[in-house]
Design a protein around this ligand. Structure first.
Ligand SMILES: C[S@@+](CC[C@H](N)C(=O)[O-])C[C@H]1O[C@@H](n2cnc3c(N)ncnc32)[C@H](O)[C@@H]1O
Length: 207
């Protein structure tokens, strides 16, 4: 899908719905926070949330004292919603409106977090473009926390088809240089009480 079409889709979503009217809303991003803690993220570690949208992950990271947080998303409206919620605290994070498949990273990070953005890339060339950015922006020794719908999770999200994964399939897609450190399944309850099975995998970049 072209960036413009993707961007239009997501701008429509975030201009027509409140944060808790979307299936992926989490009151607390507990699984992500637990994994960020488990990999030993330091207060000064560079953390980027790819496709962070209006997620509350950034709120929790600021509250926990992380000093170098970036949220990247295609949708300016999503980031504006997060910034409005945070008020003055928004200045404690960096905000990037960009498409993860053609973004040009200007620095590197210790932690790359993605919950439910990568799985929208269903074409090999988009996945490859994303992984090229991951390799550009994640330090060797750094960690990528990748959450996608599980193999038995939904086939669509936000009306768009998704690619579902388990840790092995995700590892194959990422290619050489990423060592799987941990993987877990997560049953996400949507705001209206339905269930979506996710997988969360942590990879360390080793080369
Ligand atoms: C299902 S939402 C998940 C949002 C957030 N990660 C969370 O867990 O609440 C997917 C997000 O990915 C963003 N997104 C989709 N494709 C993207 C891309 N190619 N580059 C950057 N962001 C993208 C969307 O704008 C949206 O905010």
């Amino acid at each position: 899908m072209a960036t413009e079409n993707r961007q239009t889709h997501w701008e429509n979503v975030y201009t027509s719905k409140d944060e808790n009217e979307v299936s992926w809303f989490q009151e607390s991003p507990a699984p992500s926070l637990a994994l960020i803690a488990e990999i030993g993220t330091a207060p000064t570690s560079g953390i980027i949330d790819i496709g962070g949208g209006a997620s509350r992950l950034v709120d929790h990271l600021i509250e926990q004292g992380f000093l170098d947080i970036t949220v990247l998303d295609l949708s300016a409206a999503a980031l504006d919603a997060a910034k409005a919620r945070l008020g003055e605290r928004a200045s404690r994070a960096h905000w990037l409106v960009a498409d993860a498949t053609n973004w040009q990273p200007s620095r590197s990070y210790d932690v790359w977090h993605d919950r439910a953005a990568f799985h929208f890339l269903t074409e090999a060339r988009d996945q490859e473009a994303y992984i090229a950015r991951l390799r550009q922006a994640l330090k060797i020794g750094g960690h990528a926390i990748m959450a996608t719908f599980a193999l038995d999770g939904p086939e669509k999200c936000s009306g768009l088809p998704v690619q579902r994964y388990d840790a092995a399939r995700l590892g194959q897609t990422l290619g050489a240089g990423f060592e799987l450190k941990r993987s877990e399944r997560n049953d996400h309850a949507t705001p209206w009480g339905s269930h979506q099975l996710f997988q969360f995998s942590v990879f360390q970049r080793v080369e």
